[in-house]
Write a new protein. Structure first.
Length: 441
């Protein structure tokens, strides 16, 4: 009997173990299928454009990852969000402590330049995040406006333009984030694990745990992702505005081509048809022009302080990088600084280039209206069409009169953002590098 009971117990245990293994396998299969469905759904959403497509879909994911912004739905979400942000805050506090240690204890110039450069960079990131959080309600309104695809939604050229931009932008954002991830891995594997300046230290001594150092290095480079994502938020807004401006100009050019094609009609015979059609065609485009102009004025309040921080933080970080490169040359450690200089200058170039395209909105619209061949149409012999004629003439003259009023973006009220600003930054950076190279000799 005892032997039979033992056999039954062992068989029941084996059956329960087999059941557990089956449950684990089923759970893994379910989890794999769920992740595959989520992945397929996400890839479909970012590669297929519809009228409901969100231009900022990928941005919203990385805003959470890099602790830029998150709309908490309750106190638990808010608490978890603040704890997550506190991880980045602890990294900043550690570099404040390192800076304090460098100031009060003698260190070589290379270590001092490393720590001061990181502190400048982190401070610039914090300023950028504060500016974005302060203006985020305004940015949400701008995003809502730009996600409204009702303007010219039935036009094939417009649909193709928005779809191409949607797919290309999503690919670019994913590529930038992938490059940032590779940089995190390289920085953690080289500088963090080999240079004491980037390691977690207490009272000048390195914390011995390797796992702690890896986590510390990843979070440190997370600040770099936060900086890049902060720029992408603003740059994406400007790019979408540029697309909408191009759509408006193309629509006006279509009307202009229609006006020129009516030359084949006699003016007296086609006058009634012309004035009825032209008012109906121009109205939605003039309304769109006013909407774009108003929202671009609002965009200025965000871009101004961001550009101010971008310009001076770029100059300071480039100064630090130039000092390190001039003093210690190019090596496996200093290559990170060269990459940082290229990234900072590239971001500032794209900022200035996008602003240059947006600031000439009214002159570009006025130029499109000039091509309407208005000299053949700026007269009206039919009294019935006088109201339409006056309306069109007033619209044309008002836009022409304001064609020299460009939208001026400034560095928070100091100077004007333009490609000249980028040229000045390049010139000053080159002069500084030349001086430091002479000084190093």
């Amino acid at each position: 009997m005892d032997q039979m009971d033992g056999e039954l117990d062992s068989s029941s245990e084996a059956g329960s173990e087999c059941q557990k293994v089956k449950l684990k396998i089923l759970f893994k299969m379910y989890l794999t299928q769920l992740l595959a469905k989520k992945r397929a759904k996400f890839l479909y959403r970012i590669s297929h454009y519809t009228e409901r497509s969100d231009f900022f879909i990928i941005q919203r994911y990385f805003e959470k990852i890099y602790a830029l912004h998150y709309t908490a739905r309750g106190w638990r979400d808010r608490t978890l969000w603040y704890l997550y942000r506190a991880l980045y805050g602890l990294i900043y506090l550690s570099y404040i402590y390192k800076t304090y240690w460098v100031v009060h204890h003698s260190q070589d110039s290379f270590s001092s330049a490393n720590i001061f450069g990181v502190m400048w960079f982190f401070s610039a990131v914090i300023l950028r995040v504060v500016i974005l959080e302060w203006h985020y309600p305004l940015m949400e309104r701008l995003q809502h406006f730009l996600n409204d695809h009702s303007y010219q939604r039935r036009n094939p050229w417009t649909m193709a333009k928005r779809a191409e931009f949607y797919r290309r932008t999503n690919r670019v954002i994913l590529a930038v984030m992938a490059i940032n991830f590779v940089e995190i891995v390289c920085f953690t594997a080289t500088n963090v694990m080999k240079l004491e300046d980037f390691m977690l230290r207490w009272r000048g001594e390195i914390v011995s745990s390797r796992l702690v150092q890896i986590v510390y290095g990843v979070l440190t480079m997370g600040w770099g992702g936060m900086y890049c994502m902060g720029f992408m938020v603003c740059y994406l807004l400007m790019c979408i505005f540029n697309v909408e401006v191009d759509i408006l100009l193309h629509s006006l050019e279509d009307i202009g081509r229609g006006v020129r094609s009516e030359k084949r009609l006699g003016f007296e015979d086609g006058e009634d048809i012309f004035w009825n059609n032209i008012v109906h065609q121009l109205r939605p485009h003039m309304e769109r022009l006013e909407e774009l102009f108003v929202h671009l004025q609002q965009l200025k309040t965000v871009i101004g302080p961001i550009a101010f921080v971008q310009y001076y933080s770029t100059y300071l970080v480039i100064a630090d990088c130039c000092f390190i490169l001039a003093s210690h040359g190019l090596s496996s450690f200093s290559i990170v600084y060269l990459i940082s200089m290229v990234v900072f200058l590239t971001e500032f170039f794209f900022l200035c280039h996008s602003v240059e395209s947006l600031r000439d909105l009214k002159p570009r619209v006025s130029s499109a209206l000039y091509d309407f061949d208005w000299m053949l149409r700026m007269r009206c012999s039919n009294e019935r069409q006088m109201p339409q004629y006056r309306h069109v003439r007033r619209t044309f003259l008002l836009i022409t009169a304001h064609s020299d009023q460009a939208i001026r973006f400034s560095f928070a009220g100091i100077g004007e953002i333009s490609m000249n600003s980028f040229a000045q930054l390049l010139e000053r950076s080159y002069s500084m590098l030349t001086f430091l190279l002479q000084f190093a000799k």
